[in-house]
Design a protein around this ligand. Sequence first.
Ligand SMILES: NC(=O)c1ccc[n+]([C@@H]2O[C@H](COP(=O)([O-])OP(=O)(O)OC[C@H]3O[C@@H](n4cnc5c(N)ncnc54)[C@H](OP(=O)(O)O)[C@@H]3O)[C@@H](O)[C@H]2O)c1
Length: 293
Amino acid sequence: MQLIDGKAISAEIKQEIAREVEQIIASGKKRPHLAAILVGHDGGSETYVANKVKSCHEVGFESTLIRFEDNVPETELLQKVDELNNNPDIDGFIVQLPLPKHISENKIIEAIDYKKDVDGFHPINTGRLLKGMPCFISATPYGIMELLKRYNIETVGKHCVVLGRSNIVGRPVSVLMSLKGNPGDATVTVCHSKTHNLKEVCRSADIIIAAIGIPEFLKADMVGEGAIVIDVGTTRVPSDKTKSGFKLKGDVDFEQVAPKCSYISPVPGGVGLMTIVALLKNTLLAAKKEIYL
Ligand SMILES: NC(=O)c1ccc[n+]([C@@H]2O[C@H](COP(=O)([O-])OP(=O)(O)OC[C@H]3O[C@@H](n4cnc5c(N)ncnc54)[C@H](OP(=O)(O)O)[C@@H]3O)[C@@H](O)[C@H]2O)c1
């Protein structure tokens, strides 16, 4: 069994990005600039955004964090989105999800200029993804594909089972795995809460990508010998062993499943770290105008 080391790969990619930033600055151009809008004080969102800001500094990006309280009117948020769309110094920006109930996430996402949509959630980017056209690929699926690529994991002709069909992970990663290319060219089965015979479907997989959000859902008897398992799940569970009072659990029962795998990604230390570098990569692409002019 080989561990897929998201920590090592993400550090390697950050170094690559930092080198590119140095070249950009040396050529007299401005630093890539990522902005993040954070609404409210959700613990998970606070942590994600803090990590994104920290990572920006590590690679030499400029970053701006814009905060609103939970009760911000939708119109005010839309106004800020419009302002960022029109600010030439901002190359890309994200609105950290989830948003409070009174705000329509779809409305906010659609208001973002797709050329600055480095989260890849705008319908133009998701539509282009479906067609295999250049676009901002949402960060977690992008990170997963990069891990497969950097570990030279063969996906062509393989049966890939994706657990989960969310707009941010399951569906886009299932599309990427089915598109032409390597990684890609896989035969993909997408499973969800209504799937029958989940155990049998999973057992027939060469590659399982688990993104459902139920800690240790995938057990050893659901995995065939030699399978490749990518664990996307990150559920906070209470813990008296950590300072924060919680720890992150993946969707895979790692202890049981790992011995059966040829490759497996751990939680933490797997996909999560790749998600952040994928966002940095998208911001770099936006700054270099490599996807859209
Ligand atoms: N590492 C990272 O950077 C990162 C990024 C994003 C998300 N995540 C984590 O990944 C996990 C999934 O996130 P998400 O946003 O994709 O979740 P989500 O929107 O809640 O979607 C969960 C998906 O799992 C399916 N599902 C739920 N119970 C199931 C069951 N018993 N059997 C089969 N499928 C089942 C759901 O099916 P239905 O569609 O039928 O309801 C849904 O499609 C979460 O733990 C999240 O925290 C991690």
